[in-house]
Design a protein around this ligand. Structure first.
Ligand code: PEP
Ligand code: MN
Length: 363
């Protein structure tokens, strides 16, 4: 699967000074020249070197602040020139791409609403043909991994090798703790399909509130992601967009310093030997599990045939409730969580019902 994307490692992007985490920081929106320059100055003093600001803002409701447009790129260009920062912004059309190129933008990203639209992604990919700047693709607003991968394929086919992703969570109807549902399993799946694809998390849009930035950032480092994109504003309470999730640069620095960076691997021989041993033990157990599943399914099939011959319905709900209750109780005693046990046993039960169903239909 992975050889369908030709990816340049992040170390070749010429963007980030510190190896990990690579941080892109700056206000949700560029609002004024003073706000851009002041935030950029404070971020630079906090040790950050890649500056983001939204220029065109895709807002849910009309009448909200929709960005200052191309004039903001001049302010960002000034921050680049005077402070030596790299500058980054969101593009949602070919016009945006051309404006960015005019003002020396160093990195662009596609927002969640844009990734969800293949027409726009293709238009942007065409506009970026032969342009050698890094492009990051946020996950689409809905948890559709193929739509996300499709956007990567379109950009890669246009010759963009400095390609990465930003996980910012998914919109849901039900309102949960975070502004966007993390759906980490989608990020993990993409990570395992494309292990060399540079991976950022955007804890600002995922969490929606300042106080969640640290726990989400730590989670993404625990998962081995390379980078973070975080909103930071010199005066967050007065921000024209996303006021509740932005941090002053000094607080951002403190938050970043408090994170624990996990290594992806270790050169220590002892570590390698121990981890190899533990992994082979896991491999053996996984094979045993496979054999057990297969034996269990064989019996399910026999039960299915027996029920069919005696004209009995497949599901006897009370029987399964009792089995599940027993397994959860016994599993708890072994230190396994309710969530794990119900997920595993319900999946096993579902497969077993499916087999019995197939037997009935074949009759
Ligand atoms: C942003 O990064 O400013 C933004 C609008 O984010 P998203 O596309 O994730 O909503
Ligand atoms: Mn924002």
């Amino acid at each position: 699967m992975e050889n369908r994307l030709d990816i340049a490692p992040i170390s070749e992007w010429g963007m980030f000074e510190e190896p990990r985490p690579c941080v892109i920081a700056g206000p949700c929106s560029a609002e004024s020249e003073i706000q851009v320059m002041e935030t950029a100055r404070q971020l630079k003093a906090a040790g950050l070197n890649v500056f983001r600001a939204g220029i065109w803002k895709p807002r849910t409701h009309p009448g909200s602040f929709e960005g200052v447009g191309a004039q903001g790129l001049k302010w960002m260009q000034r921050a680049k020139r005077e402070l030596g920062l790299k500058i980054a912004t969101e593009v949602a059309s070919e016009k945006h791409v051309f404006e960015c190129l005019k003002y020396g933008v160093d990195l662009v990203w596609l927002g969640a609403r844009t990734t969800a639209n293949p027409f726009l992604v293709q238009e942007i990919a065409d506009a970026l043909k032969d342009v050698d700047i890094p492009v990051l693709v946020k996950n689409p607003v809905n948890a559709d991994i193929d739509l996300w991968i499709g956007a990567l394929e379109r950009l890669n086919a246009a010759g963009i090798r400095k390609l990465g992703v930003i996980h910012r969570g998914f919109s849901t109807f039900a309102k949960n703790k975070y502004r966007n549902e993390p759906g980490w399993q989608v990020a993990i799946e993409l990570r395992s399909r494309y292990p060399r694809l540079p991976f950022f998390c955007d804890p600002s849009h995922m969490g929606g509130r300042r106080e969640y930035l640290k726990e989400i950032s730590q989670r993404s480092l625990d998962l081995g992601l390379e980078g973070l994109m975080i909103e930071s504003h010199c005066d967050p309470t007065c921000a024209l967009s996303d006021a509740g999730q932005q941090l002053v640069p000094q607080d951002l620095r403190e938050m970043l310093m408090s994170l624990t960076v996990r290594e992806n691997d270790s050169d220590s021989l002892e570590y390698k030997e121990n981890i190899d041993q533990l992994r082979s033990q896991i491999d053996v157990i996984d094979e045993n599990l496979l054999n057990l599943f297969a034996s269990r399914m064989k019996i399910s099939r026999r039960i299915g045939e027996y029920k069919r011959d005696n004209n009995i319905a497949i599901i006897q709900a009370s029987r399964w409730d009792t089995v599940l209750e027993n397994m959860v109780r016994k599993g708890n005693e072994l230190g396994l969580s309710d969530k794990f046990l119900t997920t595993v046993f319900n999946a096993i039960h579902e497969a077993s019902v499916q087999i019995q169903n197939d037997i009935l239909e074949k009759k």
